[in-house]
Design a protein. Structure first.
Length: 440
């Protein structure tokens, strides 16, 4: 067991070293903010003020600078730029790319506010999509709950199990994996130029690519440290594989048709399995891999995989124009909107069948164990003996049928109606919660 834990930790450490070592050079840059190109450009402007004998106004450098003044300032500008080029090549690229006559006080001081006021961490936190964290916690709790239903588990108490330090570490790994995947996605989308949303920090220039790489390096370092305390071989393997895939996903797997949708859905589907396997390892003497024999947990993983595969394809339908412009081979771009909308409908139908199969089976078993003399006795037995199955069926139906209805509307319009696609994606957030509730 110790050997397996050390092997998993070594595997992840090797991944971090191979893929993230180039960003170590940037961590020193974060620790020394005075080397930031924006701060150096502001210092350069102040020196120009002293040499040229004029004061920079609060808006911009006056446009009525005389030709003689421009010629006189040229020598000082060239000397400063050469000094910066000799000290830092990356800084010189920023400075020389800025036209001197268009430098304004606002453009020099405003970008440095994040550095001066220490709000960079707040920006990074926003890039991790914290709105996803409640969903990660919900999947974690549900995975533990279903694993405790196994007959091999002793002392199956949900809250004490969740409160264990090792289970807190598992949840931390899942949250950090989600955060890293969002940042990696933004980083590579911005790097290859397919992201045009100026509200995002990288696109809007609020933070630099180097700073994001440095922050990701520290996230993966923390995950590698926490990995040594994750209980059970299956859980550790899923954490390692999940983090590797989240890194490879955007850089290598995202451009591959079908693979991006399958990988993304698989990562989400395996989240409750990771938590369930950890809880199973702590409370059972059986092999941890037997947790996948818990029918409810396996059905949950399958439901999540099918549902999010359809959801990812619906999201690709809305992004078909941008993806086609940047040569991203998604399902709608490669096979057309009609094929993509049909596939999304089939995935949604399969998800509904998988989600409702458990409650229907439970109700059928309950009814099959009894004999009925009248319709009243039948209804009474349906309500009493299979109360949990009936409740699960109702919750599952409230979640599945609206999702199927929206997917059907998208199919009828062959994905041409963007409003319907947006409605299907946005309403899926609530309906999926109802589907998850049907597993309790």
């Amino acid at each position: 067991m110790v050997l397996a834990r050390q092997t998993a930790a070594a595997l992840f450490a090797t991944f971090v070293t191979c893929h993230m070592s180039p960003i170590q050079a940037f961590s020193a840059k974060l620790a020394r903010p005075w080397e930031d190109p924006l701060i150096q450009s502001r210092s350069l402007t102040r020196r120009r003020q002293r040499w040229d004998g004029f004061t920079l106004q609060s808006t911009s450098i006056p446009d009525d600078t005389t030709a003689e003044g421009s010629i006189a300032n040229t020598e000082h500008d060239e000397e400063d730029i050469m000094l910066l080029q000799n000290s830092n090549d990356s800084t010189s690229e920023v400075i020389t790319s800025v036209p001197h006559a268009n430098i304004t006080a606002e453009s020099l001081t405003e970008p440095t506010k994040a550095i001066e006021h220490g709000s960079t961490l707040k920006i990074f936190f926003g890039m991790t999509r914290p709105s996803n964290f409640p969903g990660v916690v919900l999947l974690h709790v549900l995975g533990v709950y279903l694993a405790l239903q196994s007959p091999h588990v002793e002392n199956a108490q949900l809250l004490p199990t969740l409160a264990r330090p090792s289970m807190m570490i598992v949840l931390s790994c899942l949250l950090l994996t989600s955060a890293a995947s969002m940042m990696v996605n933004d980083y590579f989308d911005n790097k290859i130029g397919i992201d045009s949303d100026v509200r995002k920090p990288l696109v809007g220039g609020t933070v630099t690519m180097a700073a994001v790489k440095s922050f990701l390096y520290y996230i993966y370092q923390v995950i590698a440290l926490l990995l040594t305390a994750v209980p059970g071989v299956p859980s550790r393997l899923m954490v390692v594989i999940g983090n590797m895939i989240t890194y490879w996903y955007t850089k290598h797997l995202k451009p591959v048709t079908w693979l991006k949708n399958v990988v993304c859905a698989a990562i989400i589907g395996l989240s409750p399995a990771t938590s369930g396997a950890a809880a199973f390892h702590l409370l059972s003497t059986e092999n941890s891999f037997k947790v996948f024999g818990v029918s409810a947990l396996s059905r949950l993983v399958t439901t999540l995989f099918l549902g999010f595969t359809g959801r990812e394809i619906l999201m690709d339908i809305n992004d078909v124009k941008d993806d086609a412009a940047h040569n991203v081979k998604t399902v709608p771009v490669t096979h057309g909107l009609k094929f993509a909308s049909t596939t999304a409908l089939l995935c949604t139908a399969a998800m509904a069948a998988c989600a409702l199969a458990g409650p229907l089976w439970k109700i059928g078993q309950s009814l099959g164990d009894n004999s009925y003399s009248s319709c009243g006795v039948f209804l009474s037995t349906l309500v009493s003996s299979s109360a949990s199955g009936t409740r699960q069926l109702i919750l599952g139906s409230l979640g599945c049928f609206p999702m199927f209805f929206r997917a059907w509307n998208v199919y009828k319009t062959e994905g041409e109606d963007r409003a319907l696609v947006d409605q299907a994606v946005n309403e899926g957030k609530l309906t999926f919660v109802l589907i998850l509730a049907s597993f309790i």
